[in-house]
Ligand binder design. Structure first.
Ligand code: FNR
Length: 435
């Protein structure tokens, strides 16, 4: 069990924690036992690793302050790639709303409650996650780092966190599964962009299931790309250059629709992708198609309205993700966290509700859990780690986030996620109690 001891460690222990690490603050999984994820350090352990490194004149190579992390990522990336990841729809008002929604909820810490032993694990679809954190689907990761999804999936697996592979990944469904499984046994899910051709969709679902992806995330909010001013300014869409299309180009059904293979005629393949990528004509009646073509739990991503949550549960899906796609789709949208309580109320415990859009720190996760989320997904946050240091960078970002969450829990007086509900928050600058 994780977080079994949260007490301050001796310097000798700090040195022990540091010894196996080739990179600052990372404990690498040992080659002889590759199947078990690393036990996550507690917040105090992680702090001590970093401070002990400082004692020796070292400093984390992946910046801990998030503004410095993003700045370093920006220096690494091309302007087009940076803007593609960092940007959102229109004036990016939704991105601001996502962050502002977190500021309006404040934590009210409790004292003297014996928080020495903590267990942040949560149950999801019969599996126990060490912490309520997943790596959300992010397409076209090759523009961020050449190891792309393989690096992110390996980092996630090494810590036992689920990785959600995008339809628009830069490495195939099969390659990512194999690469992650070599590191450790850890859940991986597949995210579907539900296109116009049912045979291609069915083929991808089959491939994902065969490769051991244990849940299907269906993203509903992107049947067209949002009006993204930064990308339009650069005239930049990586897919038009054939990036992020590897799951299509490797798909036997997709390939069968082409007069020549994508290797011989990439333009024709890109055009075909463009013609069937999305399907704005889908309705709730179509959900049955997914059920017919997969046996794994189905999770709908992009739910913001309570009525849609109700329809989703009625349609028999297994979970929802409250998300506005990190503000990349509709400018002027409700902050995702503001949508969470209404959805949770409507769902009434019938299925687990997950959350993304704007998660940056431990306190954000604490607030999302308190408002009813079972777990959260990360987006841009781990992309900055990937940009700065590939797999190690993603792992560092995750370890820091887990440490921050653990400390937020302990210092607020809580030892497990189940204890959190709206009563642990206070509802805005007026000090109203949370409803
Ligand atoms: C995304 N997101 C996303 N979602 C999805 O379902 N499939 C995808 O392929 C992608 N691709 C993608 C690329 C990039 C560069 C970004 C930034 C985001 C959305 C993602 O899963 C998640 O909803 C948001 O990133 C969450 O917001 P924050 O935490 O990044 O603000």
């Amino acid at each position: 069990m994780y977080f079994a001891h949260g007490q301050v460690l001796s310097l000798a222990s700090a040195r022990r924690l540091l010894i196996p690490s080739s990179c600052p603050c990372i404990i690498a999984p040992r080659m002889s036992e590759p199947k078990k994820p690393q036990v996550l350090p507690t917040g105090p352990e992680r702090e001590l690793q970093i401070y002990a490194l400082g004692l020796g004149g070292g400093k984390p190579s992946v910046p801990v302050p998030l503004d410095l992390l993003e700045q370093k990522a920006k220096e690494t990336l091309s302007p087009c790639a940076y803007d593609y990841v960092a940007g959102g729809a229109g004036g990016e008002d939704t991105m601001r709303a996502n962050r502002e929604a977190f500021y309006r909820w404040r934590i009210v810490p409790r004292m003297l409650r014996d928080v020495a032993k903590r267990d942040l694990s949560v149950e999801l679809f019969g599996a126990r996650l060490p912490v309520p954190i997943l790596l959300g689907p992010i397409g076209v990761q090759e523009i961020v780092h050449d190891q792309a999804d393989v690096a992110s999936a390996r980092a996630a697996a090494s810590l036992g966190l689920p990785f959600v592979l995008s339809t628009m990944s830069s490495r195939t469904i099969e390659e990512v599964a194999q690469a992650a499984a070599k590191v450790a046994e850890s859940p991986r899910w597949f995210q579907l962009y539900w296109g116009k051709n049912p045979d291609v969709t069915a083929s991808m679902l089959q491939r994902a299931e065969r490769a051991g992806y244990s849940a299907l995330v269906v993203t509903l909010d992107t049947h067209s790309l949002g009006w993204r001013e930064r990308d339009l300014h650069h005239g930049y869409l990586p897919f038009m250059q054939g990036q992020g299309l590897t799951n299509y180009f490797s798909d036997p059904v997709f390939r069968g629709l082409l007069p020549q293979p994508p290797e011989q005629n990439p333009m024709a393949a890109i055009q075909l992708w463009g013609s069937l990528f999305s399907n704005p004509a889908l309705t709730w009646k179509d959900i049955g198609f997914l059920r017919q073509h997969t046996r794994v739990p189905i999770i709908l991503k992009g739910i913001l309205h309570a009525h849609d949550a109700a329809r989703a549960v009625d349609a028999g899906v297994d979970s929802l993700i409250v998300s506005n796609h990190g503000g990349r789709q509709v400018d002027g949208t409700i902050g995702a966290l503001d949508a969470l309580p209404g959805v949770v109320r409507e769902v009434h415990g019938r299925v687990p509700v997950l959350f993304d859009s704007g998660i940056r720190r431990g306190a954000d996760i604490f607030k999302a859990l308190a408002l009813g989320a079972r777990a959260v997904l990360l987006g841009r946050l781990y992309m900055w780690g990937l940009a700065v240091a590939g797999e190690e960078g993603v792992r560092d970002v995750l370890l820091n986030l887990v440490a921050d969450l653990d400390l937020t829990m302990a210092l607020s007086g809580y030892t497990c996620c189940r204890e959190l509900d709206a009563s642990v928050l206070c509802g805005n600058s007026y000090g109203e109690p949370a409803r």
